[in-house]
Design a protein around this ligand. Structure first.
Ligand code: UDX
Length: 426
């Protein structure tokens, strides 16, 4: 497994759990040391247990040479947004494939899992084939917070291979034998389709979220309630209720950068118009972050000198990931506007502190809200959803709560004396 970040670490542990012998390779020595000692370098439910239980089936190394006798080489390195634009930065993928070339030979299979612009696999295949090895593209759909379960029991397997490459399909089937035996649907297709399945799925999910957030904007000027609207349209089986939670929008290491890279790739291919709507999806998403700041500004009659308790830092619950986190962005905009921010999160305080040291981080909600003028819930952790409004009222004089995830029941908060403001609801 080349790359032991989110994807690679989870996959390594899961493949070892399924009985395969796995070597995880990463250039980051501290990551390799931590994983080798049975500790993940990020918070993911169930992962530490898997690492601890994997025994000698799982090793980690900084040298690709230690994976020389492997038959299947997964590429699971990151494809972040490039520094100078919207396109994906493929330098880690290129380096991973180049690093592998010396250990490849006939009978070896290189399997791309990283999210890449369509056309990448075709280009990499030529290099891999020059060594007598083969390439397949096997995109990954795991969600943070559910990564172990999603990997052990995926909802589909997609193999992108050269036409007629039955050998690679058979080898991938061996790797995924357990999921296939459990009835997981498997789609065998060409490289381009396999690459596109991943980017299209993420573009669709992002669009679904921005669609309901656009409805929230309409609800805000008409007095309608977007949560009820989502329930009602979601009962139509063709639409479905999932991913229709209006709020502060999407963040994280995938959706935002993937829609930008997809749009940039379409422009390169001369069909930019086909994905022009993704620019709007992105814009709606960014507007929601400002809407939360504006609501606080309005309710407090200005932000300068005010103290605001920010509950949540991770981009979603059950994760300590703060990449492109809407929560962090709101906290940053509040401090930029002259407010003091006290922030807390069950897992993400250490990762957030590295990016935004100027916040006043606390261990508990009670400490965060003490002395605050307003409270904003920006990540829907269970611990925040289950707060008792009367108890919170006894900890603070703040009487404004902004529910940026629409995850609280307004009635008990209002009954406890709070001015409750959700997004797209009244
Ligand atoms: C996503 C895809 O779901 C996954 O298939 C892909 O492999 C990687 O990207 P992830 O980034 O872990 O996974 O998070 P996801 O659960 O998809 O949520 C993304 C963002 O959308 C989060 O910030 C979440 O809070 C937000 N979201 C989700 C909403 O705002 N509303 C919703 O209804 C659902």
């Amino acid at each position: 497994m080349i790359g032991c970040g989110y994807l690679g670490a989870v996959h390594s542990a899961c493949l070892a759990r399924l009985g395969h012998e796995v070597v995880g390779v990463d250039v980051d020595e501290s990551k390799v040391a931590a994983l080798g000692a049975g500790r993940a370098t990020f918070h993911e439910p169930g992962l530490d247990d898997l690492l601890a239980a994997s025994g000698d089936r799982l090793r980690f190394s900084t040298s690709v040479g230690d994976a020389a006798d492997a038959r299947v080489h997964f590429i699971a390195v990151g494809t972040p947004q490039s520094r100078d634009g919207a396109a994906a930065d493929l330098s880690h993928v290129e380096a991973a494939v180049d690093g592998l070339l010396p250990v490849l030979g006939p009978g070896h299979l290189v399997v791309g899992k990283s999210t890449v612009p369509v056309g990448t696999a075709q280009r990499l295949a030529e290099r891999v084939e020059s060594r007598g090895a083969r390439l397949a593209w096997n995109p990954e759909f795991l969600r943070e917070g559910f990564a172990v379960a999603d990997t052990l029991r995926p909802d589909r397997l997609v193999y992108g291979v050269r036409g007629g490459d039955d050998e690679s399909v058979a080898l991938l089937d061996e790797v995924h034998a357990s999921a296939l035996a459990a009835g997981t649907p498997r789609i065998v297709t060409d490289f381009a389709t396999a690459e596109l399945v991943k980017t299209a799925a993420n573009a669709f999910l992002a669009t679904k979220i921005s669609f309901i957030n656009a409805m929230a904007e309409i609800a805000e000027v008409t007095g309608a309630d977007v949560a009820t609207l989502a329930d009602a349209i979601g009962l139509d089986e063709r639409i479905g209720r999932r991913f229709l939670n209006a709020g502060i929008g999407f963040g994280g290491g995938c959706l935002p950068k993937d829609i930008r890279a997809f749009r940039a790739r379409a422009v390169e291919l001369g069909v930019g118009e086909s994905l022009a709507f993704l620019d709007h999806v992105d814009q709606i998403n960014r507007r929601r972050r400002q809407r939360v700041v504006d609501l606080l500004d309005f309710e407090l009659g200005g932000l300068r000198g005010r103290r605001i308790a920010v509950l949540g830092l991770a981009f979603k619950p059950d994760s300590d990931d703060v990449r492109d986190s809407p929560a962090l962005e709101v906290a940053r905009r509040l401090t930029d506007a002259g407010a003091f921010v006290s922030a807390t999160d069950p897992e993400a305080v250490p990762t957030a502190r590295r990016l935004l040291p100027q916040l006043d981080y606390t261990e508990s909600v009670r400490e965060a809200v003490a002395g605050a003028d307003a409270i904003v819930v920006v990540t829907e952790w269970k611990a925040f959803r289950e707060l008792d409004p009367r108890e919170v009222a006894s900890w603070t004089d703040a009487r404004v709560i902004v529910d940026a995830r629409n995850c609280l029941d307004p009635a008990p908060w209002r009954a406890a004396g709070f001015t409750y403001r959700g997004l797209g609801r009244h």
